[in-house]
Write a protein that binds this ligand. Structure first.
Ligand SMILES: Cc1cc2nc3c(=O)[nH]c(=O)nc-3n(C[C@H](O)[C@H](O)[C@H](O)COP(=O)(O)OP(=O)(O)OC[C@H]3O[C@@H](n4cnc5c(N)ncnc54)[C@H](O)[C@@H]3O)c2cc1C
Ligand code: SF4
Length: 518
């Protein structure tokens, strides 16, 4: 008899640990443990998503005749961590072996590697074959030169899957249509009504549990609408396909009050196993072939799913644990309290944090160019900003969150993920959103009483890291502009930035960002 241990982000019938399961003999183990809910204080919606999806998935397995030993969070005997619960289950079932699929987090892999010895049963850790590229293949593919960059890796994934290919050539004659995907929204644009799923009785029960046990975690629960079963996830994918034609043009655009726009809203479902990357990419491709979506939108979406998503996973598994320990820009500032309260005069940040609290969601550009950009410019310690992202987004699992934050946002990996830091001043935010129009700060001013902090922090960042980035050809333009500034203006920028840092680092800062004028 084998005990198949399924984790909360492995909720798919095709998961490798279930291969060859013998329902009359084997038992599936699923456990809800407080240690995993609290090692970072996850957003309440994320907890509901995972726990509700686990309970639904267990019911689906039982309906197939599979025995599921399911330990609930409020079970009085629950030891509340993976290792303790596995040991208890082994004592209950006395299996010959435990079978698991490789986890999504290096920390959990270390736990798993200790189980055989600690619990006294052989533990088989199977590869997670939901991905197109294994870590070993990734290491081989990206070993040298140009192929180490995402764009070349992505082309290889296109060739391998045949997606948007005409023989050996990319459909439309180009691999990448990104240049067409950076449009701003027209003023006052109204986004589409997106499909949200009304919680069923089981989800409602989990919501009550989460509110009772983790009520002080970040986030609102009353707006929960994530898909929690494969059937719902497929409906969410269908909903996305109806807005896919506009996804390309406006995937970088932001607008106050429009929390979802034309984005897929499928990452939570993908990351816990309710959908697979290949099926969503193929569904998008089919829209192109049916003449319902343009190539720039479909290519842009497919690149995110089979390019970026696979690439960051490869970076994570080939780089850990050393990858997370790097801090190339020596960033050490603590995370300002307004990341949790949203109380800041900076409207861009307040709006993205408000959406994050309401939905456990923000789209890519909001994460990268608003909360991420500020963290980069302010030199927030990578570990602190990573913990925040891991906690607040419903789709955040470390294999995908960490490289995006550590590499793309914080540039802490010294450029492994991106050859230049994603740093921007207010002009970028003003171009891609309507945030600046309603902001109390002056988006055009670099210095002075009401100058936008993104401006002086941006120039201060360039000054601080001139030795590292001054000769980077991709940063030639901003450094030319910096060189053209007079000494007086440079000094004023540094002094504005120092004053700002003193306010956010100060002893009163945690509860009083607004009153401090930040
Ligand atoms: C700082 C930062 C942190 C992020 N943290 C996460 C995270 O914890 N989990 C996560 O799934 N994504 C993360 N991303 C990537 C991206 O922001 C989310 O995948 C996306 O916002 C999810 O929403 P969506 O399904 O509407 O995606 P869309 O914007 O519609 O994109 C389609 C799909 O492409 C994939 N994708 C797009 N960009 C990336 C990327 N950079 N890395 C990996 N997959 C990508 C996702 O699966 C997504 O569902 C992060 C990006 C940044 C800049
Ligand atoms: S003016 Fe500055 S702080 Fe205000 S919304 Fe624009 S970029 Fe953000």
């Amino acid at each position: 008899m084998r005990l198949v241990f399924i984790l909360g982000d492995q909720l798919t019938r095709g998961i490798s640990s279930l291969d060859g399961i013998e329902p009359t003999r084997d038992v599936v183990l699923m456990v809800e443990v407080a240690a995993e809910a609290t090692y970072v204080r996850h957003h309440k919606q994320k907890l509901v998503l995972v726990l509700s999806a686990m309970r639904h998935f267990a019911d689906e397995l039982r309906a197939e005749g599979i025995t599921v030993d399911y330990v609930r969070l409020d079970d009085p005997d629950n030891l509340q961590d993976f290792t303790g619960e596995l040991a208890r289950a082994v004592a209950r079932h006395r299996p010959e072996a435990v079978v698991v699929t490789h986890p999504g987090e290096w920390r959990v892999l270390q736990l798993m590697r200790g189980w055989a010895e600690g619990i006294g049963v052989p533990v088989e850790i199977r590869e997670d074959d939901r991905f197109l590229c294994s870590p070993a293949e990734f290491a081989r593919l990206t070993a040298a030169g140009k192929t180490g960059r995402m764009e070349y890796f992505y082309r290889e994934m296109r060739r391998r899957t045949g997606l948007l290919m005409e023989g050996a050539k990319p459909l439309g004659g180009k691999w990448n249509f990104d240049a067409e995907n950076r449009k701003a929204l027209p003023r006052g644009h109204q986004g589409p009504q997106r499909k949200r799923f009304v919680p069923d009785a089981l989800t409602a029960e989990v919501m009550a549990l989460v509110e009772a046990r983790f009520g002080d975690h970040f986030g609102r629960l009353d707006r929960f609408g994530w898909p929690v079963t494969r059937t719902e996830a497929l409906l969410a994918l269908d909903d996305f396909l109806t807005v896919l034609p506009a996804f390309g043009d406006w995937q970088d655009a932001m607008q106050a009050g429009e929390d979802f726009l034309y984005h897929a809203l499928i990452a939570p479902a993908l990351n816990i196993g309710l959908l697979t990357a290949l099926e969503v990419a193929q569904a998008a491709e089919a829209e192109y072939h049916a003449g319902r979506a343009p190539l720039n939108a479909v290519e842009g979406f497919i690149r995110q799913v089979i390019g970026w998503r696979e690439f960051v996973r490869g970076i994570y598994w080939t780089g850990m644990p050393g990858y997370a320990a790097t801090n190339a820009l020596n960033a050490v500032r603590p995370l300002p309290a307004f990341y949790w309260t949203g109380e800041t005069r900076m409207r861009c940040l307040a709006e993205v944090i408000r959406g994050t609290r309401d939905n456990a969601y923000a789209h890519h550009i909001q994460r990268l160019m608003v909360t991420g950009n500020f963290a980069l410019l302010a030199g927030i310690a990578p570990g602190q900003i990573e913990d925040w992202y891991l906690a607040v987004y419903a789709d955040a699992f470390e294999w995908v969150e960490l490289p995006n934050v550590h590499g793309m946002v914080a540039h802490a990996d010294g450029g492994r993920l991106g050859s230049k830091p994603y740093a921007a001043a207010a002009a970028y935010i003003g171009r891609m959103s309507d945030y600046c129009r309603g902001c109390g700060y002056d988006a055009k001013a670099r210095t002075g009483r009401n100058a936008c902090p993104m401006n002086y922090l941006y120039w201060n960042f360039l000054i601080t890291h001139q030795d590292r980035f001054g000769k980077n050809p991709r940063m030639a333009l901003p450094y030319k502009a910096l060189a053209a500034m007079g000494e007086g203006e440079r000094a004023a920028i540094v002094s504005e930035a120092e004053g700002f840092f003193a306010r956010i680092d100060g002893p009163e800062a945690p509860s009083g960002q607004l009153s401090l004028g930040v």
